[in-house]
Design a protein around this ligand. Structure first.
Ligand code: ATP
Ligand code: ZN
Ligand code: ZN
Length: 593
């Protein structure tokens, strides 16, 4: 946040007002830090001499509004270390600020500034609004309370952090609250449970989702679509084992560079008295396996570009604190492919790949994305010849420029073996996630001694492109769940059609239609529970099934059915055959209505 913006000044000044109000209610409170944050501000308090109760938040908020009403001016003063310590001792706000002043002094700070408003004084650098009367009394709200260690270290005392939301206008605060309400309602973990998409069981382990039938139906549809698309774009499908010997990852460089993100090896002896053990690793990437497929046969320039695709399952030992529903997991199935080509084919192949990405995004109606050119920084994790790195980075930038695709640079975001284009999607709360990626790799060809014979009959090393437009099933479906609010388009919805026979006598007609559609591999259900008709509508609407078909005696007599689409109150009655045709077309063309 820009420190000179009005919003920053408001949030910052408001933190003083919060501390002042808390002091009025709890005179013995000791003060920690109280900075502005993305959605407002917080302040850390040590209440150890008094019992703090969240019930008091309302009262504190009221007092804050009174302080705002008093239009207290923010008055500046400054002093040296001794003066600051003396002043803080006199204020009796506890030792935290004194410790802070001494720390700052040891880092060369000589002058300390204070701001006084009303009876409250705080060690602070500003900037503030001129007086508390300039603060928006109706655009803030004390939001929640959490524990926070002093200076963020577990070795220190835990303080009580009061978070507040704060905007310039009441409308902006309302807007934020509404956005948050929707985000909570559409949270993929919540929807994943309600819609029976996946389950994480402690007995299997953290970050290892079990996909339920509904989730698996979505995965299968996405995978089928990717296979068709890749077939059209000239990819060949391959399949590879989930594990490999240590040697493979030593060759690829994953060991030791990526070892932290891999599960530890399995050490195996074939016979008890064998001298040697073999070490196997679960694969964290599909690339090395694909490189060996390339290497297993000779290739001529005429075969290139050669595109190997696999929805490959990988395992990464992500830190447990970073695991989150399906967004970040430890077992993931990736929409992966590796393209082997000569350098002069790179540009046109990159264009084709971008075209394919666009086709995917259009089908899913994904519109909010941006491109990040992820390059290395000076960290040691980026391996290989700096000249090759520079060449690869320049190549990606050149192609992006020529295609007039706007992008920004992400320093230090590259893969350890090369730069990449990451495609970032905004989620409901505006947070960005990497969904798709394209990487250019000038290194693996050499490491694996890959070759093709060029037109002159000489051996050449191929350039490799790694690409994953649809990410992993896990991350992509977590994103789609939130993006669609759980209401998937008909073609990939777990249950596409649910039929509701109104009377017993309609069952035969209903079942015949269900059988016909099931026979054509559509996912249909008949709700012949004992529920009342209205309850059937309600429960199946909650399941976010795209289409409910209502079949009563009138429909049976006329050979029609009544269609009610999710999210619409209207319903239309159409002839049976007309429905079947339009439904099939909608699914086949993967339409989103
Ligand atoms: P990140 O920076 O998000 O950890 P990465 O750069 O390590 O990802 P890649 O190796 O490029 O990821 O993997 C390809 C794609 O797989 C990523 O763009 C991302 O969408 C997805 N992905 C990576 N790690 C995970 C994970 N732990 N869980 C789910 N999906 C993941
Ligand atoms: Zn201040
Ligand atoms: Zn790869």
């Amino acid at each position: 946040m820009d420190e000179n913006s009005n919003l920053y000044k408001i949030r910052h000044s408001m933190a003083h007002v919060l501390a002042q109000a808390v002091q009025e209610v709890y005179p013995k409170v000791k003060l920690g830090f109280g900075p502005p944050i993305e959605t407002g501000f917080f302040y850390d308090f040590d209440f150890s001499e008094e019992e703090f109760s969240e019930d008091k938040l309302k009262e504190i908020e009221k007092r804050m509004r009174k302080i705002i009403g008093r239009k207290q001016e923010f008055l500046y003063s400054e002093t040296d270390l001794d003066g600051a310590v003396a002043k803080l001792e006199e204020l009796g706000e506890g030792d935290y600020k004194i410790e802070n002043v001494r720390n700052l002094h040891s880092r060369g700070v000589e002058k300390f500034s204070f701001y006084e408003n009303g009876k409250f004084t705080d060690l602070c650098e500003g900037p503030h609004v001129p007086d508390t009367g300039a603060l928006p009394a109706k655009a803030f709200k004390l939001d929640r309370v959490a524990g926070a260690y002093w200076l963020g270290s577990e070795k220190n005392k835990q303080l009580t952090r009061i978070y507040a939301l704060c905007y310039e206008t009441p409308e902006e605060l309302q807007e934020f609250l509404e956005r948050r309400r929707i985000a909570e309602q559409f949270d993929h973990k919540k929807l994943g449970k309600e819609l029976d998409i996946y389950h994480i069981d402690d007995m299997v382990g953290k970050g290892l989702p079990l996909w339920l039938p509904n989730g698996t139906a979505i995965r299968d549809e996405i995978e089928k679509y990717a296979n068709e698309m890749e077939f059209r774009y000239g990819y060949k499908r391959v399949s590879t084992p989930h594990i490999a010997k240590e040697e493979l990852y030593l060759t690829s460089g994953h060991l030791p560079h990526y070892a932290d993100s891999m599960f530890p090896p399995m050490e195996v002896k074939e016979h008890d008295n064998d001298e040697c053990t073999e070490k196997f690793y679960l694969k964290a990437m599909n690339c090395p396996h694909h490189h060996l497929i390339f290497k297993s046969r000779p290739h001529s320039y005429r075969d290139l570009p050669l595109r190997y695709a696999e929805y490959g399952t990988c395992y990464r030992y992500e830190k447990s604190g970073e695991l989150s529903g399906l967004l970040r997991v430890r077992c993931m199935t990736m929409n992966d492919a590796h393209i082997y080509m000569s350098l002069d084919q790179f540009e046109s192949e990159f264009r084709r790949t971008m075209e394919m990405y666009k086709e995917f995004y259009d089908t899913f109606k994904l519109t909010q994305y941006s491109f990040r050119l992820s390059v290395r920084d000076d960290s040691e994790k980026f391996v290989g010849d700096p000249a090759l790195w520079a060449k690869a980075e320049a190549l990606l930038a050149k192609v992006m420029d020529e295609m007039e695709i706007p992008y920004y640079i992400g320093e230090g975001e590259a893969a350890f073996y090369g730069p990449k284009i990451d495609i970032q999607f905004k989620n409901l709360m505006g947070r960005e996630e990497t969904v798709s990626t394209i990487q250019v790799d000038f290194q693996s060809g050499d490491k694996f001694d890959l070759k093709f014979v060029d037109a002159e009959g000489d051996d050449q090393v191929p350039v490799i492109m790694h690409r994953a437009p649809l990410s992993t099933h896990e991350r992509f479906i977590s994103f789609l769940l939130e993006y669609y609010g759980g209401a998937f388009p008909t073609w990939c919805a777990p249950v596409q059609v649910c039929m509701l026979p109104v009377q017993e006598s309609c069952l035969e007609y209903t079942n015949a239609l269900a059988d016909e559609l099931t026979g054509d591999f559509f996912r249909v259900e008949v709700d012949n529970s004992n529920n009342t008709f209205n309850k059937k509508i309600r429960t199946n609407t909650k399941r976010k099934i795209p289409m409910l078909l209502i079949i009563g005696e009138k429909e049976v007599a006329e050979g029609t059915l009544t269609v009610r689409r999710y999210g619409s109150r209207d319903q239309i009655t159409i002839p049976r055959e007309e429905f079947i045709q339009s439904f099939k077309a909608e699914v086949k063309e993967r339409k989103m209505l």
